[in-house]
Design a protein around this ligand. Sequence first.
Ligand code: SF4
Length: 444
Amino acid sequence: MSTPTSADPKVGFVSLGCPKALVDSERILTQLRAEGYRVVPEYANADVVVVNTCGFIDSAVEESLEAIGEAMAENGKVVVTGCLGKRADLISDRFPEVLSISGPQDYNSVMKAIHAQVPPKHDPFFDLLPPQGVKLTPRHYAYLKISEGCNHRCSFCIIPSMRGDLRSRPVNEVLAEAERLVRSGVKELLVVSQDTSAYGVDQRYASYPWKGRQVETRMTGLVRELGEFGAWVRLHYVYPYPYVDQVIPMMAEGRVLPYLDIPFQHASPSVLKAMKRPAHAEKVLDRLKAWREQCPSLTIRSTFIVGFPGETEADFQTLLEFLEEAQLDRVGCFTYSPVEGATANSLADPVPAELAQERFERFMELQSAISEQRLRSRIGGVEPVLIDEIDADGALGRSRSDAPEIDGVVRVHDGHGLMPGQIVEVRIDQSDAHDLAGHLAEGR
Ligand code: SF4
C-alpha cells in the first residue's frame, strides 16, 4: 500500500448535518482517498477545504454559514456542498469567493471543483483502499443509506425540494455494501433514508439476483437479507404502514434488532393533517399494541414537534394522552421553528414562542417520567451491550434499544478490559431517565 507523503494534495473537510449527509461525506472522502488526496485536520495546511453543509432548520443554516466563514478566513479556497448548496444565493451573497457550490449527493461537482483547484496525484497503487471505503463513524457501526429523496411533502420540511423524489438503491447493491461492511468488522448497520417504509416504491419493487435467489427492492426483502449477516441491524425513519407488521416477526426471531425509529411528530389528527404527514390516518396505538404483543422487547423511538401553527390546547392534550398511552421508549421533542421555503410558514395561527416552550416543557416532563419508569423496569435483567469506548470509569456501550448519538448509553462499571466493537452480556443494576448501568454478567 502506498504511504501518504507530504507531497500529496491535501484537503480539509467539514461534515455537518444528519446521517444522510454523513454518508455523502463518506463517499466524497472515499473518492478523495482513491485519487491520492490526503485529508488533513487543519485548514491552514490544506490545498482546498470542502464544507458539507446542512440546511434543515435555521440554526443548521447558521452553523453551516459559520463553518464556511471559518474555512474562508483560515484557508480561502473553499468548496461548498450539501443541503444548503440548494440555496446558493444565500452562500454566494455572504461569501462571493467560494470556489463552487453544489447540492446534496452531487459528488461529481465536488470532485470537479477540487480537481480544478488541486489536481489529483496519480498513484497506480491507490485502489488499495480499505474495502469498506472511508467511514466517519467508529469502525464497529456504519450507516447504510438505502435511498435518496422523499415522495412526501410534509409542510414543515424542505428535504424533497433539496433532495428530490425518492430514488431507491437496488437491493443487491445495498446488500453488497452491507456485506462488505460486516466483513470489514462492522457490528451494527444503521439503515437510514428519508422514508424506509417506502423503499423500492419508485422501482416498483424490482427483483435482483442475490446469492442465487431473487430479492425484491422492498423493506421486508431487504430486512430479511440483512438479518443473514450476523450484525445488529437497526431501522430508522420507518412509517407505521400496515406492511411494517411483516417486519415485527423478524424482530421477534432476533434477525434484526427489535427497534423501530418512527417519527410520529404529533398525535392530533388536525395537526398531522396540517403537517401533511405520511400514514397520519393509520391506527397507531392499535398497531403499537399488536407489535408489542408479538415482540415484547420492541423499543420504539420517535420525535415530535410542539407549537406547530394552529396547534390548540386540545391538540396538545391529545398529544400528551397519546404519549401516556403509547409508552414510547425514546423520544425527542422540538418546538416548531419555520424553515425558509417550507409551506407551513404560510399557515394561520402561529403559536407564540413562550407557549410553544411551555408545551415543550410539559411534554418533556411527562416523557421523562415514562422513560425513567421504562428504564427502571430493566434493572435485574441481563442484556447484550455493544461497547463503544473504554474510559477511566470502565466502558460505555449501547443496548439493543440505543442507537448511537440519539439514544442512551449503558455504563459497564467493570468494563476496563473490553474493546470497542465487542458485544458482552451486562447485568443491569442502575437506571435514570436516559441511561443504564451495570456489571459484566458472570459466565459470559
Ligand atoms: S417524510 Fe416528510 S419530513 Fe420526512 S423527508 Fe419526507 S417530506 Fe420531509
